[in-house]
Write a protein that binds this ligand. Structure first.
Ligand code: ADP
Length: 259
C-alpha cells in the first residue's frame, strides 16, 4: 500500500460493483463515518449487497466502528481480500497500518493507496459501495471523483454554521468535479433529554435542510444526538445492526437510496 498512482485512461469502477456512493463532509467530527457505517449496515439489512471503503486515510474510523481488526489477506501478494462485518464487505487503510502510527504521506502516495483500495481489493458483486471520505476537499476527494465512476455523493453536516460553511465547500467541490449531489443529511439535529424529555437544538436547527433547499439538492433526513449511537459505534456494532429505534431511522434513510 502506498506508492505512486498508475496513470489511467478515464474514470473506472471495480468490476462487479453497480453503484459507488461517496459520503463527504466539509468538517471532521460531524458524524460522516458514523452515517457511512450505519447506512451500509442498514442497506445490507434491506437485502442489498453492500461494500464499505474507509478512505478517511488520515483518521480511519471504520475498523473500530465496524468492530474489525484483522489484517486483510493477500494470498497472491497482489489482490486484497476484504473483511466481512455486520453483513457488509469492508476495507480500510487502517487495517493495513499500525493503528498507533500517524500516516505522513504526500498526495501521490495517498492517491496510490486509494487506487489500490479500489483496484486491488476483491470487492466481488456489490449493489452499492459506500466510500467514507476524509473531511475537506483534498487529494483523496479529487482522485476519487476524477478516477472513479461515482454515482454521486452524500454530504453530512451538523446544523451549526461552522460545519455548514465547510459543507458548502464540499458541495462546491463535488459540483466542480461534476459529481452529482445525491442529498444532504443533518446529523446531531436535536437532543432529547432522557431525564426530562426536553428537546434541545445543541448545534442549531434546520440548517442543513435550508442549505439543501438553497442549492436544490434533496434533503435526505435528520438524525438526533443519540448516546446509544455513539456507544454502538465505539463498541464495534453500528446502531443500525441492533433493534434500537435508531436502527429504524437508518433503515428509512437507506430506503431512500433503493427506491
Ligand atoms: P466524522 O467521520 O465526521 O469525523 P464520526 O462519525 O467519527 O465523525 O463522529 C464523531 C464522534 O461523534 C464519534 O465519537 C461518534 O460516535 C459521535 N457521533 C456521530 N454521530 C452521532 C450522533 N448522531 N449521536 C451521538 N454521537 C454521534
Amino acid at each position: 500500500i502506498g506508492g505512486h498512482p498508475k496513470p489511467q485512461a478515464g474514470p473506472t469502477k471495480p468490476a462487479g460493483v453497480d453503484r459507488i456512493i461517496a459520503v463527504g463532509s466539509g468538517k471532521g467530527g460531524v458524524g460522516k463515518s458514523t452515517v457511512s457505517s450505519n447506512l451500509a449496515v442498514a442497506l445490507a439489512r434491506e437485502g442489498r449487497r453492500v461494500g464499505l471503503l474507509d478512505a478517511d486515510i488520515y483518521g480511519p474510523s471504520q475498523p473500530r466502528m465496524m468492530g474489525v481488526s484483522k489484517r486483510p489477506g493477500s494470498p497472491d501478494g497482489k489482490t486484497i481480500i476484504p473483511l466481512q462485518a455486520h453483513g457488509v464487505t469492508m476495507m480500510s487503510i487502517g487495517l493495513m497500518m499500525d493503528p498507533n502510527k500517524a500516516i505522513v504521506w504526500r498526495g501521490p502516495m495517498l492517491m496510490g493507496a486509494l487506487q489500490q483500495m479500489l483496484g486491488q481489493v476483491q470487492w466481488g458483486e456489490l449493489d452499492i459501495l459506500i466510500v467514507d471520505l476524509p473531511p475537506g476537499t483534498g487529494d483523496v476527494q479529487l482522485t476519487l471523483c476524477q478516477k472513479t465512476q461515482l454515482t454521486g455523493a452524500i454530504v453530512v453536516s451538523t446544523p451549526q454554521d461552522v460545519a455548514l460553511i465547510d459543507a458548502r465547500k464540499a458541495i462546491d467541490m463535488f459540483n466542480t468535479l461534476h459529481t452529482p449531489i445525491l442529498g444532504l443529511i443533518e446529523n446531531m439535529s436535536t437532543f432529547h433529554c432522557p431525564n426530562c424529555g426536553h428537546e434541545a437544538h445543541i448545534f442549531g436547527e434546520g440548517g442543513v435542510r435550508k442549505e439543501a433547499e438553497a442549492i436544490g439538492a434533496p434533503f435526505l433526513g435528520s438524525l438526533p444526538i443519540d448516546l446509544d449511537t455513539r456507544l454502538a459505534g465505539d463498541g464495534g456494532t453500528p446502531i443500525a445492526a441492533t433493534d434500537s429505534p435508531m436502527a429504524e431511522a437508518y433503515r428509512q434513510l437507506a430506503r431512500r437510496f433503493i427506491e
